[in-house]
Design a binder for this molecule. Structure first.
Ligand SMILES: Cc1cc2nc3c(=O)[nH]c(=O)nc-3n(C[C@H](O)[C@H](O)[C@H](O)COP(=O)(O)OP(=O)(O)OC[C@H]3O[C@@H](n4cnc5c(N)ncnc54)[C@H](O)[C@@H]3O)c2cc1C
Length: 444
């Protein structure tokens, strides 16, 4: 039986620490679970779910605690904290790794790279597999390797009625379908993911171009053109951010080439390099890097415990991306805030697997207002709402991982997939025991 801290009987400080531990966003909602159960094993998860059933409580889950909307905190639910349940086990013959939901991207990447294997883990090192994979999983090189959830081979889970089962392409196929993109609408608690890994690429090279804001339009349109023509090997992103020693935001363009062939990787980066527009503040070309090093960079860019307001859209493929994103990239509200555009090609040009995840386009855009003190809440929230308002008319949908249904109801799934998710949820969780998408009535 796991340690359970009950709201009614625990010391208030112990309860508050348990409630708020391992939360990424420093904006902590006033939602108070009835108890927090700390699972250390799969059996602890089974026991905690059955305790909640017996006492007629709902169940919420915290794997890595990275959800910006803090989905794990639900009023009066029993919060199942999986942070002490860490398990990774690679089958060298099949390349399938079994991993518990609280394993972070950084932990999985370190474990696999020591064994010359790779998996598309999330860009932020402390995003855990639980929320990441259930939401779809937009990891490193996803545009070439595919959505991370497409590499789920099977899941083990505790159902809303307390039983431990496995779901895969042959067993409980509706649950397997919902686990790939259903996010919090998934009607069970995943205890283990079985993931197909791939051989680690021999080489990762990075080119980085930093432009002052006066060259925003030329530089952005250059990289958009590159992204529509360079279809393989390279992950391409553009980031709006403040740089030390510059008063205005800058545009940083990052190309990461993943390959087994040094010549091919350098060749692509060289072709791109030859065409870069003038006006650079700095440039680095085809530097050797690793996913671990890139994760460390992200750790510094997205500090834990700061106050965050986040939203995202997939823009139409033919949208005037540079023009649409100008307000977001050039008016960042604080020096920590970030705007991100990421090319999803070539993955976005191919049909998705049959799974709950059903929205994508060539252009992924995520905006992060980041600030320190409560006094900035209104101003930063207003900035995000304002710039998102400009983008919505050119959007085809939204990615679940960086969205808050309480703020707006984006298009997260296709209409058929949404209906299927509702059916799966009603079939497996008729009492609505597992807390779902906060702010979305039918799936909440
Ligand atoms: C700054 C920032 C950067 C991000 N970067 C990326 C990125 O690069 N790629 C990407 O795809 N996403 C990214 N995200 C989004 C991230 O994937 C989601 O927030 C995800 O939910 C985090 O997973 P977690 O387990 O750490 O979070 P948690 O808050 O622990 O979990 C979120 C919810 O997922 C569900 N859940 C988690 N584990 C289980 C389980 N075992 N069983 C059932 N339900 C479960 C629960 O509903 C839970 O409340 C980012 C978010 C932020 C704020």
């Amino acid at each position: 039986m796991p340690l359970i801290v009950w709201r009614e009987s625990a010391d208030p400080d112990v309860y508050e620490t348990a409630r708020t531990s391992r939360l990424f966003n420093g904006v902590i909602p006033q939602r108070y679970p009835v108890a927090i159960a700390f699972a250390k094993s799969e059996q602890d998860i089974v026991d905690a779910v059955n305790t909640a059933i017996q006492r007629k409580h709902r169940i919420s889950v915290r794997a890595g605690g990275h959800s910006y909307a803090t989905w794990s905190l639900r009023s009066d639910a029993l919060l199942l904290d999986l942070g002490q349940y860490i398990e990774m086990d690679l089958d060298e013959k099949t390349g399938i790794v079994r991993a518990s939901p609280s394993v972070t991207g950084s932990q999985l990447n370190a474990y696999l790279s020591a064994r010359s294997r790779a998996f598309s883990v999330g860009h932020c090192p402390d995003v855990a597999l639980g929320g990441f994979l259930l939401g779809g999983g937009m990891g490193w090189n996803t545009n070439n390797w595919g959505w991370a959830c497409e590499s789920i081979v099977a899941i083990d889970l505790v159902t809303a009625s307390g039983g431990l089962i496995k779901a895969d392409a042959h067993n409980h196929t509706d649950l397997f379908w919902a686990a790939r993109g259903g996010g919090p609408a998934f009607p069970g608690v995943v205890t283990r993911f079985h993931l197909q890994t791939q051989p680690a690429p021999k080489i990762i090279r990075s080119s980085v171009y930093v432009y002052p804001i006066e060259h925003y339009e030329t530089a952005f349109n250059w990289i958009l053109k590159i992204a529509s023509s360079v279809d393989h090997l390279v992950e391409i992103t553009a980031v709006g951010s403040y740089k030390e020693a510059f008063q205005d935001p800058c545009l940083t363009i990052i190309l990461l080439a993943f390959s087994d062939d040094e010549h091919a990787a350098n060749g692509i980066l060289q072709t791109v390099d030859k065409s870069h527009p003038p006006g650079l503040l700095s440039r680095s070309f085809a530097e050797e890097t690793s996913v671990q090093r890139e994760l460390e960079n992200k750790y510094n860019a997205y500090p834990i415990g700061q106050r965050y307001k986040v939203d995202n859209v997939f823009l139409k493929n033919d949208a005037d991306v540079a023009e649409l994103l100008r307000p977001a990239f050039t008016t960042l509200p604080t020096r920590q805030s970030l705007a991100l555009w990421s090319s999803m090609r070539p993955r976005s040009t191919e049909a998705l697997t049959d799974m709950a995840l059903s929205v994508q386009s060539d252009h992924y855009v995520a905006l992060y207002a980041i600030w320190e003190n409560e006094a900035g809440d209104l101003e930063n929230g207003a900035w995000l709402t304002g710039v998102m308002g400009e983008l919505k008319c050119q959007a085809v949908g939204t990615y679940l991982g960086e969205h808050d249904f309480q703020v707006r109801a984006g298009t997260l799934w296709g209409s058929q997939q949404y209906e299927s998710l509702v059916r799966v949820k009603r079939r497996w969780d008729p009492d609505n025991r597992i807390c779902g998408c906060l702010g979305l009535e039918e799936l909440g």
